[in-house]
Design a protein around this ligand. Sequence first.
Ligand code: SF4
Length: 309
Amino acid sequence: MPEMKVTIDTDSGFCFGVKRAIELAESSLEQNRDLYCLGDIVHNKAEIKRLSEKGLVTTDRKSFRNRKSGQILFRAHGEPPSSYDIIKKNKLSLIDATCPIVRKLQERIKKTWASLSECNGQLVIYGNPDHPEIIGLQGQAENHAIIVSDPSDISEIDPARPVELFSQTTKSTEEYRRLEKNIREKMQQHFSQDEMPLKVHKTICGQISRRTPLIRKFAGSHDVIVFAGGSQSSNARVLFGQCRDANPRSWFVSHPDEVEKEWLTGASTAGVCGATSTPLWLMEKVAERIRDLTGTANSQDGNVSRTEP
Ligand code: SF4
């Protein structure tokens, strides 16, 4: 196989919310304090393993409810009010790593829910009902928000009543627009366009929406793309979909060993990218694996490049 130029996408990797949560966890672990994270700190098994080796324990909701001592970390996705009640009731110590963007969204939802109950309105959130961010947002609406996971399934929405629409921060902008269009069409049976009581809140995180055109450009400018991400990550699914659309020779891996030699046949450039939950070290390992498979010289020879931002 001829030598290959391997480039890591400098716009991929942890968003600032995830970076902040991991820094908070690491600085607490450095002080040798027990730290229990409620749910996976990031949707990436390799990074969870790295942090667990430093002492971070991932705990589930049941054990959290029963815990009477120790330090708890709330991850970037945020938590519903009921989790804060448990912290208070069980006198636990809390490191709250809720991303400031998610926190603002929670506040907006809480406020909107209070005003909608006065006009018989519906609060609709586009997202995955099992996603931790959605569980946190649903809690702000006293668990009465309508969660739509597929833009084509809006059967729960009553078109004759007002709607305020929000999105999980990591969803695709295009899909969110498609959902808005579908709701508008449904509400047209009862309202004219001018009078339609539908308010759409722009709540997809800029760290996500900005990445879409950048990752498409990156994918389109390489012969082959290897995308590193966690299979549970919503953002990884969205961004990988964009890569594949821009470059059909795009492959998804969760671990460097999953890269197959035949994917690289005939390619002279390979791009390595990832999601907001993908650590840089994982992308570097994937690049190293590509280099090994293709017999390409190491980074000291300049064949693995990473331009600093
Ligand atoms: S994607 Fe955006 S909102 Fe979500 S954790 Fe990252 S920075 Fe925060």
